[in-house]
Design a protein around this ligand. Structure first.
Ligand SMILES: Nc1nc2c(ncn2[C@@H]2O[C@H](COP(=O)(O)OP(=O)(O)OP(=O)(O)O)[C@@H](O)[C@H]2O)c(=O)[nH]1
Ligand SMILES: [Zn+2]
Ligand SMILES: [Zn+2]
Length: 291
């Protein structure tokens, strides 16, 4: 269950997993994914409190709420538990990525802002310069991971089903499937949603909020949490500006109103305008994360 909008969880599927069904004592049936290939189930308990990604079957967290009968107090308790658990996994991810000298970023935005196109164009330009991998989050389909793999880069898809955000636990498992060398770049494309992903730390170095110029300049005011949680705002699709009445200065002012420290870069994945600045930002991050 999402702490913010109450949408369903427990339907997460990482590419390569298989589904199986559970029946609870109250008769509720739900399915979720497991993978058994590789079979190594290596333990890397790297969080205080003994959190660990193995054995893989024991921490699915059946925290989906059967809302009827739940008191508001109980709901708040569940939300706090979910976030506390997420934060445990996020610190585990952060620790592991730090040990490996990886620069991990979490791309957040509303649907269709241009995340995957930007990643594809960035990866083409970064080709061969750094070890790099992508974790793709979407509710359904592996379309985005396939678009990334078409560039030759490795990518793994996480489908969240009814869930509206990636959490640190799924990302940790997806990361296990990647073969990412030391000193590289881990790009995480979150589910398109300007609300819930703001709440979930994945262990990333930065959240980067992508806002396309077709969405209107007032998004930072309407969804302040997301802009407050991000260190960089990328204004995308700037090739379309001549056709729109989007006010860039106003948008930047709104973003700084909710987050005075937010950096802003303007890019067009289509024309290539501004890509150098964005790639320089990434390169600097990779350099600073290296051990
Ligand atoms: N004009 C223009 N269109 C773009 C640009 N970048 C992406 N698009 C278009 O915007 C649409 C959405 O792009 P995607 O890259 O799929 O967006 P996304 O954020 O990954 O979408 P979801 O994963 O579904 O949230 C597509 O039709 C792209 O061709 C750009 O720089 N300029
Ligand atoms: Zn199970
Ligand atoms: Zn996408």
């Amino acid at each position: 269950m999402c702490t913010v909008c109450g949408c369903g969880q427990g339907e997460t599927k990482i590419e390569g997993d298989h589904e199986h069904e559970h029946r609870h004592e109250d008769g509720t049936v739900h399915s979720h994914a497991h993978h058994h290939d590789g079979g190594h189930a290596h333990t890397h308990p790297h969080a205080p409190g003994g959190l660990s990604y193995a054995p893989r079957h024991h921490h699915h967290g059946h925290e989906h709420a059967h809302a009827p009968g739940l008191t508001p107090g109980r709901m708040v308790q569940i939300e706090q538990d979910i976030l506390a658990k997420n934060n445990g996994y996020a610190s585990a991810n952060r620790k592991e990525w730090k040990e490996r000298g990886l620069f991990a970023i979490n791309l957040v935005s509303s649907p269709g802002s241009g995340k995957t196109t930007l990643l594809v164009e960035s990866i083409k330009r970064l080709a061969g310069r750094h070890p790099l991998a992508v974790i793709e989050g979407d509710q359904q389909t592996s379309n985005d991971a396939e678009r990334i793999r078409a560039t030759g880069a490795q990518a793994i898809q996480v489908n969240t089903g009814k869930g509206c955000h990636l959490d640190a636990h799924m990302v940790g498992h997806a990361f296990e499937r990647l073969d990412l060398k030391e000193g590289g770049l881990l790009l995480i494309e979150n589910v398109g949603n300007l609300v819930c992903p703001a709440e979930f730390d994945l262990g990333e170095a930065h959240k980067v909020v992508i806002l396309s110029v077709t969405e209107g300049e007032d998004k930072p005011l309407k969804y302040p949490n997301m802009f407050a949680a991000s260190d960089l705002m990328l204004l995308t699709k700037t090739d379309l500006l001549p056709h729109l009445s989007f006010d860039v200065a106003k948008c930047v002012e709104y973003a700084r109103r909710v987050n005075p420290k937010i950096e802003v870069l303007q890019v067009s994945a289509k024309s290539g305008e501004g890509m150098d600045g964005w790639l320089a930002w990434l390169e600097q991050g990779v350099a600073s994360a290296k051990n």
